[in-house]
Design a protein around this ligand. Sequence first.
Ligand code: SAH
Ligand code: SF4
Ligand code: F3S
Length: 515
Amino acid sequence: MPAVPVYLETFGCQMNELDSELVRGQLLRLGYSFVDRPEEAQVVLFNTCSVREHAESKAYSRIGLVGKRKAAGEQVLLGVLGCMAERDGLDMLRRHPQVDVLCGPGELDRLPALLDAARRSETATQAERVALAGNRTRRTATLHAVQDDLETLDLSRAFDPDAAGRARHSAQVRITRGCNKFCTYCVVPYTRGAEVHRPPDHIVDECRRLADTGVIEVTLLGQTVNHYRYQHGMALTVGGREAPQVGPGLSAFRQPAAPGVTSFARLLQRIHDEVPAIQRLRFVTSYPRDFGPDVLKVMRDCPRICRYLHAPAQSGSDRMLTLMNRGYTRAEYEAFVAQVFEHLPDATLAGDIIVGFPGETDQDFEATCDLVRSLPFKNNFIFKYSPRPGTVAIDRFPDDVPDEVKRLRNNQLLAIQSRTSERVHAAWVGRTVPVLIEEHLETAAPTTVRGGVELRWEPSTMPPRRRALRGRTPGDLIVAMDVPSGTEGGDWVGRIVPAQVETASALLLQGRMSH
Ligand code: SAH
Ligand code: SF4
Ligand code: F3S
């Protein structure tokens, strides 16, 4: 029987990229094949994101296109996976009857069965085509974590060195699912459910098996990785083996980890020591509170742990931080950053900022500008506040900052960030840095970036094309360099090479490979 061609498109964060990779491995094993264009597919899957309205509208327009194909009589099966499926739930089926299968991010292990049912019969019932956590999502009983079938999806990972969908040298590994923080603007605790921590042995084993396939860079994923905490010796196990666990509340982090607990610091240390083939160990996202000196000490003492933190501040105004329920003040954020640089003077820092949160005044915004000016962020992703159904903010705080003001603030902050980025990058000029080469590209030479704006060349004034390599430092700074003469660019991809940094701009470092 010929393989059923599937098109899978991913929206949203790294968590979704990893889910897509796992779904792909699972379907490949069942005999499905994957195609690059939706027109060639009999099954179209969108792995969706709900974090901002914009992310949802992109997915809806794709769903609309598939709807047109179906209306024209084409036989194609449409599945909506991920956070939007979970958030919209059955409403999605009512408003978009072209959707055949719905599968929330917490139920992806059930996707093959849903596809099977939908393909077998047009009369498959809704129950056979839909898997959502629904109100079960927020059930915090530890029992739920133990019965967490989703763990089997991570455990079933295809350790295939040729697995498409990821660069062969880098991989992501989940340490925590879900989130317990309930920032007032955020859908994630509702779409991904309660915070569940994977047993450390599963994580270390996954890292080891990835390293065996040639992976040299692993990024650990969790919404707030430093809140990773696994209590050993709990009664609840699966077949005598440790099982995933629901995370504790914030107050648990006021004291140091008790004996019998694997903390985030301990987990990092274990992976570093037990899987030395991983030359770069990264993690996202860090939560700016409860980031203990224990983690910083492990980062300082373990050479293969990247000294890079993505720790979103979200705002520089205490009033906004309180309304956002972030659980820290600006001064606490600054103290956290100071502590990071005290332990790791060459660390790099990045983050996220929301502008135009309800009630944000010029003064609040100025406080954020000041934060971005004064702290050494190598970059910040800046988002305009988007009210999300189901969150506390949409119910309690009117979205009163006009879109025009959000746009202005967004642009102003980008310009400020660009100057901060320039400053951070400039400090690396003259140093030699290890660069993991990620791609080989043809580029106008040299890559010219000014004030955060990449110069576009007119075809007539284009400089001669030059072959360039692009990669990243352990601190996640982008480095571009020429392909050394007499070598093939492609041969360098996936290798770590030393580079002498010659110039810097807001977006990247320009260097020369030093042998
Ligand atoms: N767990 C991470 C963030 C995950 S969501 C953390 O807490 O840092 C990624 C980013 O999207 C957030 O950091 C926030 O800046 C942004 N974001 C989330 N909800 C948003 C909303 N409703 N409107 C605009 N930006 C939002
Ligand atoms: Fe959302 Fe806050 Fe959880 Fe991050 S910590 S995922 S912003 S609720
Ligand atoms: Fe989006 Fe869900 Fe990730 S809402 S950002 S795909 S956790």
